[in-house]
Ligand binder design. Structure first.
Ligand SMILES: C[S@@+](CC[C@H](N)C(=O)[O-])C[C@H]1O[C@@H](n2cnc3c(N)ncnc32)[C@H](O)[C@@H]1O
Length: 650
């Protein structure tokens, strides 16, 4: 029997669907054991409480956490430590497919048909052996017998199937946690209607403002298509009572929240994978971790949704394919693989070696020129050229990496030779290129969000990031040196816009915690209108001045350059191939915009960058409050920046 969760009532967007839930088991990643509390995952105070080998932030946390169960055989892995802790409360029945109500999925996870699956199942068997050794020794027995091995396998597979990665406020992975059925019975969708957030603090008491449980289980047999129960389970009351009792413990807590309007009885779904990947990548990820093929609406629709088409669109030029050409799919698949490997290699090399300059050069080269003549394993290959669409998921990854790499380059230059004029100028250029990439990421992702609203959580981060980079740039002390800026604080310290009510909507929401779908839509439309027709055009040519790739984009808010070649549902590969052979996306020389004379882009550019930054930040904050709550870290962080006059004085 498969379980799923449904809404018990009609629910608006941005509603907490559960109170804060306490995990059944959890464990920090090894690298965080010395910096974070092993019980609640909060950052450790200066004098933590040590109970070898773990550290705790407070006496209640050290008392609550039964980590006396530790064993060296499981010390290297958070999954194994979490499985050991799970076993201390719940002895699985080897005849059941569930542990503490949670699906173990062990038959699927340990079955293997190819080398990738071999690798997963080999990792599980070596984990099971280590876990069984720990269990046996902790119980004072000599050798793990078959029953212990089975117990270990059930527990480890239940952890792998149900664990979520716990992240801190900045999105860094801290460890893993497994929650009870109220969360773990929620299935995946690539167009989910809910998301979740964590609360990391030592307190175990729930606040009086917490939501009630608005979701209840429902069951079906076999595939989701063969539902036997269209209503909510009769076990609802019992389930609610059990959940309430269970939520008295410790550990990083979690709250589920709606990101769409949800009707009573509708299934609640969350994302188990990154929604900004192509369908093939999502399917691969879900299969390798959970062994299921996603059949959600977004994955099932034929032809692909606009978003899925755009996320994987590449152009193949220099050849004359016809719709019946069998070579087309082969060339396209190979090109996709090559582009994927190239971008992955460049980003991995940057992350390992930490040198941002070659990373910027190589990524921009791929974005501008694509890959040429690299299909050496395809026979009769003339001069092919493969270009990523600007909405391709690899392009989005490249913008993210480039925004960060240019920022690092700016701070590297300033940290070594900050007094030399030429270097200051160079650092300033890097900061504006970084801001331009952040803005590009937000506008391109927004284009996709218009067709797929579940991308809202990514969008919250992208707009906030763009706002931060633009404000950082506007506040840079280099302006006065290079552009003889004489701005006074009063000219820019007003964050309120006379043309849109975004700021009012954001502040009202932060204050009373209530927003209706219509208010959100109005705020979005006004924000886009305001920045499309005004700020972005005024600053873009200035921001992109130092970067050849960015200069080829006329206006990042103009969806004309973004629209995927499959504007409609006409995705016949042959027709598309023909069309594609003529498409070179945006990087034609005729597309280049007039570059901006730096001397003329002085004070006005600075004010416009400031105003655009404030808009992006407020919009990112609004989206964050919708996804994570009006008191969430990201929403409060944005509020703090907008409230702090010091941040707003240039
Ligand atoms: C965390 S559990 C979700 C609850 C689960 N349905 C149950 O019965 O307990 C994760 C497992 O649910 C199943 N699952 C989740 N989302 C699914 C989906 N969209 N399609 C098919 N199976 C899914 C997979 O077996 C996956 O390993």
């Amino acid at each position: 029997m498969e379980m799923e969760m449904r809404s018990m009532e009609d629910t608006e967007i941005a509603t907490d669907m559960t109170p804060s839930l306490v995990p059944l088991t959890f464990s920090l990643h090894h690298s965080n054991l010395h910096t974070h509390c092993s019980s609640c995952f909060s950052l450790l105070p200066l004098s933590p409480i040590p109970i070898t080998p773990f550290l705790y932030c407070s006496p209640p946390c050290s008392a609550a956490h039964p980590f006396l169960l530790h064993h060296p055989a499981v010390s290297h892995s958070s999954d194994l430590r979490a499985a050991l802790l799970l076993l201390s409360h719940h002895r699985p029945s080897v005849t059941s497919s569930r542990v503490a109500g949670l699906l173990s999925n062990r038959h699927k996870l340990t079955c293997h048909n190819n080398s990738d699956e071999d690798e997963v199942s080999e990792r599980i068997s070596s984990g099971v052996r280590a876990l069984a050794t720990a269990i046996t020794e902790l119980r004072g027995e000599l050798e793990p017998d078959d029953a212990v091995l089975e117990e270990a396998e059930c527990a480890l597979c239940a952890v792998l199937t149900n664990a979520v990665e716990v992240q801190d406020k900045e999105g860094r992975a801290l460890g893993i946690a497994v929650y009870g059925p109220a969360f773990s019975w929620i299935n995946h969708s690539c167009s989910p209607n809910a998301c979740y957030r964590f609360i990391l603090s030592p307190s175990s008491s729930s606040s009086s403002q917490e939501s009630k449980l608005r979701i209840a289980p429902s069951s079906f047999r076999g595939s989701p298509d063969s539902r036997i129960d269209s209503g909510l389970c009769t076990i609802t009351n019992h389930f609610q009572k059990e959940e309430e009792e269970q939520n008295q413990g410790y550990g990083p807590r979690l709250i589920v929240r709606s990101i769409k309007r949800i009707k009573k009885g509708q299934e609640i779904t969350i994302a188990y994978t990154d929604l900004l990947q192509s369908k093939a990548m999502r399917q691969l990820d879900l299969w390798s971790k959970y062994r299921f093929i996603c059949c959600c609406m977004r994955c099932s629709v034929v032809p692909f949704t606009y978003v899925d088409h755009a996320l994987q669109e590449i152009s193949v030029s220099g050849c004359d394919f016809t719709s019946s050409s069998s070579s087309y799919n082969l060339v396209r698949d190979t090109a996709e693989r090559r582009l994927n490997d190239s971008v992955d290699d460049i980003i991995s090399e940057y992350l390992m070696a930490g040198d941002p300059e070659p990373c910027c050069e190589k990524l921009e080269k791929i974005l501008m020129q694509g890959l040429c003549d690299e299909l050496d394993n395809v026979e009769e290959t003339p001069h092919y050229k493969f270009m990523l669409h600007p909405l391709h998921y690899l392009s989005l990854n490249a913008y993210t990496t480039l925004a960060s790499a240019y920022k690092v380059r700016a701070s590297d230059i300033l940290s070594t030779t900050s007094t030399i004029y030429q270097n200051q100028l160079e650092a300033f250029d890097m900061s504006r290129t970084s801001a331009a990439y952040s803005l590009l990421l937000a506008t391109t992702a927004h284009h996709l969000f218009n067709s797929e609203s579940s991308l809202i959580a990514s969008l919250a981060n992208f707009w906030t990031g763009a706002g931060e980079s633009l404000l950082y740039l506007a506040r840079s002390s280099e302006w006065s040196k290079f552009f003889k800026s004489s701005l006074v604080a009063s000219s820019v310290s007003k964050v309120k816009c006379s043309k849109c009510s975004l700021m009012d909507t954001f502040r009202a929401y932060i204050c009373n915690g209530k927003i209706r779908n219509d208010d959100f839509e109005n705020a979005s439309n006004e924000f886009l209108d305001c920045i499309s027709h005004d700020s972005t055009q005024k600053v873009w040519s200035f921001l992109v001045n130092g970067c050849r790739f960015l200069r080829s984009i006329k206006d990042p808010m103009d969806s004309g350059w973004l629209v995927s070649t499959s504007n409609s549902r006409a995705t016949d590969p042959g027709a598309l191939a023909k069309k594609k052979s003529e498409v070179c996306y945006l990087h034609e020389s005729g597309n280049s915009i007039q570059t901006c004379e730096e001397q003329t882009c002085n004070e006005n550019a600075r004010v416009h960058i400031f105003e655009l930054g404030v808009h992006c930040l407020a919009y990112g904050g609004l989206l964050a409050a919708i996804c994570y709550g009006h008191h969430s870290h990201l929403a409060s962080y944005v509020e703090q920046i907008l409230d702090d006059k010091n941040n707003l004085i240039l």
